[in-house]
Design a protein around this ligand. Structure first.
Ligand code: PHE
Length: 358
């Protein structure tokens, strides 16, 4: 019977002595490869008689297993060694600032939306959402704007082609349909804001076909115009980070609120810049009012028990004012130089969003 003791001792000491992964691979081929010593031994088993074959076969298998494991252990050892060397070599200081020219920017709309949600969130408003493609009922009829009502012309609407029933879906012209969806599904008291995209066929220095609004809706048993004014004044102070914001509540008309108002903010336009406070100019930033009793009734809420207020705020408008961006259209031109100038770094957190501002 062949004695594998010396083969075993030789092999294991070679595995132990090998210097790197290449040497280890050569050893593996020389022992376990097709023409390796162990493999040859296996082949030779066929020539032995059964009894001896069994004994030698078992010994060879054990040796094969042992050698395989020893090689695997050595492989891990060399790989760890290589990794540790690499980690030492590639060490870098994560606290170093990144290169400004490589940094992405957060779009002013995203930044402003975050700020708005933060401020209204702190006032106890929850976020609600609705679809961009709306039906006539939610965008108009339920808001007390029946077909042929002249108020429909206030909105230059994008219509879809009529469906099989002859109904035309629209790109929502405001976020007010989310008021309807919320009132249909929620029992008062209600206190929500609905941020989102809105669409109108309009384009000039203060209008783009797509823009953003944030809708507010509060319904309770004893809500009045004073609550509405207080809420909006508090909001403007927090958002513009000014204790004294020049605000003008101007009587206005919306079919879904009564009474209705528009809010302008005092600003100054100077050499392609626009700034809040002082100055002789006013910029309209939102529409608001007390929810019309008919709208409450349309949504199954009893107007004799509940009242509420609503507002719709133009997100680009307030972003322009707060950050001095003179032209609304530039928000959507995807100009990287503009983004670099007006965009925000990921870690920029405005004071109004740091809590404690309210
Ligand atoms: N939906 C109105 C608009 O977009 C704004 C508004 C909202 C007015 C809520 C009153 C109440 O013009």
């Amino acid at each position: 019977m062949t004695d594998f003791k010396s083969l075993r001792a030789e092999l294991l000491s070679e595995i132990e002595a090998v210097k790197d992964l290449d040497g280890l691979e050569r050893l593996r081929v020389a022992s376990l490869g097709k023409k390796g010593k162990i493999t040859e031994g296996m082949k030779a088993l066929g020539k032995l008689d059964p009894e001896e074959r069994r004994a030698q076969g078992a010994a060879l298998n054990a040796l094969k297993e042992e050698a395989t494991q020893a090689i695997a252990a050595r492989t891990r050892f060399f790989k760890d060694l290589a990794l540790n060397a690499r980690l030492l070599e590639e060490r870098f200081d994560m606290t170093l600032p990144s290169r400004p020219e490589r940094e992405g920017r957060i779009h002013p709309i995203s930044q402003t939306m975050d700020e708005l949600l933060q401020i209204f969130g702190a006032m106890g408003f929850a976020v609600a959402e609705g679809p961009d493609v709306e039906d006539d009922f939610h965008n108009f009829a339920a808001l007390n704007i029946p077909p042929e009502h002249p108020a429909r012309q206030m909105h230059d609407t994008f219509y879809f082609p009529p469906d099989a029933k002859g109904e035309r879906k629209v790109l929502r012209t405001h976020t007010s349909p989310v008021q309807i969806r919320t009132m249909q599904t929620t029992k008062p008291p209600i206190r929500i804001i609905a941020p989102g995209r809105t669409y109108r066929r309009d384009s000039d220095i203060t209008h783009t076909p797509m823009f953003h609004q944030i809708e507010g809706l509060l319904i309770d048993r004893k809500t009045h115009m004073g609550h509405l004014k207080g809420c909006l004044i508090d909001f403007c102070r927090a958002f513009f980070e000014l204790d004294d914001v020049p605000l003008r509540f101007r009587p206005s008309f919306f079919p879904f609120t009564e009474p209705s108002a528009e809010v302008d903010i005092g600003c100054e336009r100077r050499k392609g810049e626009i700034r809040v406070g002082g100055g002789a100019d006013w910029l309209e930033i939102l529409g608001c009012g007390m929810v019309h009793p008919k709208v409450l009734a349309n949504c199954g809420i009893d107007p004799d028990i509940y009242q509420g207020f609503a507002f719709g705020l133009g997100v680009e408008r307030v972003a322009m004012l707060k950050y001095g961006i003179p032209d609304l259209r530039t928000f959507f031109e995807a100009d990287l130089r503009w983004m670099h100038h007006y965009g925000f770094l990921p870690l920029d957190v405005p004071r109004s969003a740091q809590g404690g501002a309210l």
